[in-house]
Design a binder for this molecule. Structure first.
Ligand SMILES: NC(=O)c1ccc[n+]([C@@H]2O[C@H](COP(=O)([O-])OP(=O)(O)OC[C@H]3O[C@@H](n4cnc5c(N)ncnc54)[C@H](OP(=O)(O)O)[C@@H]3O)[C@@H](O)[C@H]2O)c1
Length: 313
């Protein structure tokens, strides 16, 4: 099978397409033919190994000393099950699925074996039937993060919710989900994304790059930082003081992403009911992986970026 490996931590050029043996599923595994994979900030983080000095040793011990222990990168995928082990109950051959591999990676390849039970090795569910494989990677990644953190917000109808980083993979889904729950939603993004964030349903949009944008802040019941601790602005710092007495400030980096197949199945339903429309900024071909990594590394993608690994025809 073809796969994209990271030969050594460093720039996108360290990624290489190679031929290697396809994995064989064990009794408790399914073999998935991958049709699309996401290129996320986490992939960039792992490939580049650009971590704060204090995390350098723990990161290398966990992920691998000079290159990722699993050199095939990619954490988010969608595809079709091609073989199922004898103990598999939830899936049959030919199911269209989507999911995440956790830190075991391996989605940038023709094939990947997954367990059907949730674990640190991933979560897997039936893919929404009304979107492409590429869109399904956006739904899996942004959807899991958005729902995990917004559920902690316990949003009630007519509450004011602010989504910081509303144009990100998670932000685009968080805006739509918060609207679905009946909130009045304010999205924060840069000027070029204002119309886009409004089109997702946001009632108000604040441009974090505009001088004095802090004056546009109101008082919110729930604030979700959907871009993580590495991305900030004066507006983001000011947000933390713009909460009601019992308001909740949630950051996407507060806790590890849960690889939860029940939540994935809930996302499937929300997508099929047209409550959530997963957004892809760009889709690259498999051999454009270096360009895809360079684009995501710029830090301004609109929603998700996917690579097409295989095509149905
Ligand atoms: N908890 C976990 O286990 C877990 C797992 C995975 C990821 N994460 C976190 O999720 C983050 C997001 O990853 P991603 O792949 O989805 O990338 P992303 O958030 O889609 O990044 C791109 C977006 O960030 C926005 N942005 C960039 N700088 C900003 C700033 N200073 N203020 C507001 N918005 C800004 C850009 O909008 P503009 O172009 O409009 O600026 C763009 O839409 C990661 O960096 C990581 O911190 C956490």
């Amino acid at each position: 099978m073809k796969a994209i490996i990271c030969k050594k931590y460093g720039p996108p050029e360290n990624l290489e397409i190679v031929e290697c043996n396809a994995p064989e599923p064990k009794d408790d595994e399914v073999l998935i033919k991958i049709y699309a994979a996401s290129v996320t900030n986490s992939d960039i983080f792992i490939r580049s190994s650009k971590v704060p000095l204090s995390l350098f040793i723990p990161f290398r011990l966990m992920m691998g000393i000079t290159k990722p222990r699993n050199e095939i990168l990619g954490e988010v995928f969608s595809g079709i099950t091609e073989k199922v082990g004898t103990e598999i109950k939830r899936f049959k051959v030919g199911d269209q699925v989507f999911g995440l591999t956790g830190m075991y990676l391996g989605a940038y390849a023709d094939y990947k074996c997954m367990k059907e039970k949730d674990s640190k090795k991933g979560g897997l569910a039936i893919k929404p039937n009304n979107i492409s494989f590429e869109e399904a990677t956006s739904a899996a990644y942004g959807g899991l993060l958005a729902l995990q953190f917004l559920e902690k917000g316990n949003i009630q109808r007519n509450q004011k919710v602010l989504i910081y980083g509303a144009s990100s993979t998670t932000g685009t889904i968080a805006v739509q989900f918060a609207k679905h729950l009946g909130a009045e939603v304010t999205g924060v993004c840069s000027a070029k994304h204002i119309d886009f964030v409004k089109s997702l349903g946001a009632d108000n949009v604040i441009d974090y790059t505009k001088p004095n944008s802090i004056n546009e802040l109101e008082i919110y019941d729930v604030i979700l930082d959907a871009v993580g601790k590495a991305k900030s602005s004066d507006l983001k710092k000011a947000c933390k003081k713009s909460l009601t007495k019992n308001g909740k400030y949630l950051s996407i980096d507060d806790e590890a992403l849960l690889l939860d197949s029940n939540r994935l199945s809930r996302i499937k339903e929300l997508v099929e009911q047209n409550v959530i429309k997963p957004i892809n900024d760009k889709c690259y071909s498999f051999d454009q992986i270096i360009e895809a990594h360079k684009y995501v590394e710029l830090g301004h993608k609109k929603g998700n970026v996917a690579i097409t690994v295989n095509s149905l025809n």
